[in-house]
Write a protein that binds this ligand. Structure first.
Ligand code: PEP
Length: 252
């Protein structure tokens, strides 16, 4: 059975003090609610991962990295490897976020390599993808999403999908305050699940969590998460506020 997941992508926000405080507040907040099996993920910057790992102890919160390099090690100044993450017991990584694609030139081909490296290191991947506004306006959104998935993930064996969480994030909805309507979200998530059925069969399709990301807030989460093919959210802005984040966890 696929899991419901609420994942906070903190991006380049929160120094160490703020990281600890936010985790403390989320911990306090989720103590008061029933998680009902929902996974709660937070993704601080690399420098704060160790402190975050320490701070989540005694709670169900999982700590996730925002990125990693595809190479094992070597002359890649400023980069972080999978084995470095594993050494501090970070077992999941976000790959393919639109900001990585847009500002750091991550292509489908690079992401395919990152996916392979993460899996070779037994890491779980939260794989982000989604169309630009122009793609949607030109009615190319389904074909863009299909090619992003095929190019970076569809070379994998069915067994690898136990380690993959998908995060559909229409780029026009990220940090813009504009959200896909529940109908648009469900339509795309059903399309994605059907791609998985066609390529891998029902088992993989039914067991893969597909998250929605793009300006999810407590005010709109319930109707987005209520869709049968939406298994939770990847949250940017609203994940930086403990009260909002806990409210999102309660929105199933
Ligand atoms: C994101 O960065 O993945 C995201 C969805 O951001 P926001 O919630 O701020 O749109």
């Amino acid at each position: 059975m696929r899991k419901q997941i609420v994942a906070g992508n903190w991006k380049m926000n929160n120094d160490i003090k703020e990281t600890k405080k936010l985790i403390k507040d989320i911990k306090k907040g989720i103590k008061k609610i029933k998680l009902k099996g929902t996974r709660v993920l937070v993704s601080p910057t690399f420098v704060n991962l160790t402190a975050a790992k320490d701070k989540v102890k005694g709670s169900k919160i999982e700590v996730v990295a925002q990125n990693m390099h595809q190479a094992k090690s070597g002359a890649f100044t400023g980069e972080i490897s999978a084995s470095m993450l594993k050494a501090i017991k970070v077992k999941s990584v976000i790959l393919g976020h639109s900001e990585r694609r847009t500002y750091f030139g991550e292509t489908d081909a690079i992401l395919k390599e990152k996916v392979n490296t993460a899996l070779a290191n037994k890491m779980e991947i939260i794989f982000c993808f989604g169309e630009l506004l122009a793609d949607r306006k030109n009615n190319n959104h389904f074909s863009i999403v299909e090619s992003q998935l095929k190019n970076a993930l569809f070379h994998l064996e069915a067994s690898a999908w136990k380690k993959i969480v998908l995060a559909y994030e229409p780029v026009w909805a990220i940090g813009t305050g504009e959200t896909a309507t529940p109908v648009q979200a469900q339509e795309m998530h059903a399309f994605i699940r059907n791609l998985l059925v066609d390529k891998y069969g029902n088992d993989v399709a039914e067991n893969t969590s597909i998250l929605y990301g793009g300006s999810v807030k407590p005010a709109n989460a319930k109707e987005i998460f209520a869709n049968p093919d939406v298994d939770g959210g990847l949250i940017g802005g609203a994940a930086l506020n403990a009260t909002d984040f806990v409210a999102l966890i309660q929105s199933f």
